[in-house]
Design a protein around this ligand. Structure first.
Ligand code: TYD
Length: 136
């Protein structure tokens, strides 16, 4: 069973036939949280770095529905990079991870499912503050 306490790649179910593929994210599959928000990043310049923050409570599922980009996750002591380049894989991002998104290819789109409504107070935007918070 997938452990949503840790980051990692999850399979995104898809219905495939000779007409192409239809990816599906629905109740609990594969995101076992209420989907309170869906947002997407697109038109990101190749040299842009997005993210650079952590969340205290938010769980997310990030899918490269078009093109590719790199997500680096940092728990305060260890960093892991994930190359997202296929709509049939998603990255689970639990709370408590500093994330940066970079190396967006031309035409890349990141689709994000979120377990909570938008809440600026759930963000930690200062890295030193994040490291102190993560060590509590
Ligand atoms: P932010 O989360 O900082 O984006 P990223 O980490 O990808 O760079 O959000 C960018 C801006 O968009 C910021 O002003 C907050 C706003 N925003 C919303 O209004 N609603 C949302 O659901 C999200 C994710 C961001």
């Amino acid at each position: 069973m997938t452990n949503w306490d840790t980051p990692g790649l999850v399979d995104i179910p898809a219905v495939r036939d000779h007409l192409g593929a239809l990816g599906v994210v629905e109740k609990d599959l594969p995101f076992p949280f209420p989907i309170k928000r869906v947002y997407f990043l697109y038109g990101v310049p190749a040299d842009a770095v997005r993210g650079s923050h952590a969340h205290k409570a938010l769980n997310q599922l990030i899918i490269a529905v078009s093109g590719s980009f790199v997500v680096e996750l940092d728990n305060g002591t260890e960093k892991t990079s994930y190359d997202l380049h296929s709509p049939d894989k998603g990255l689970r991002v639990p709370p408590g991870y500093w994330r940066t998104l970079s190396n967006f290819s031309s035409g890349a789109a990141a689709l994000v499912f979120a377990s909570e409504e938008y809440d600026p107070t759930d963000y930690i935007r200062d890295y030193e503050e994040f490291v102190s918070w993560s060590q509590k």
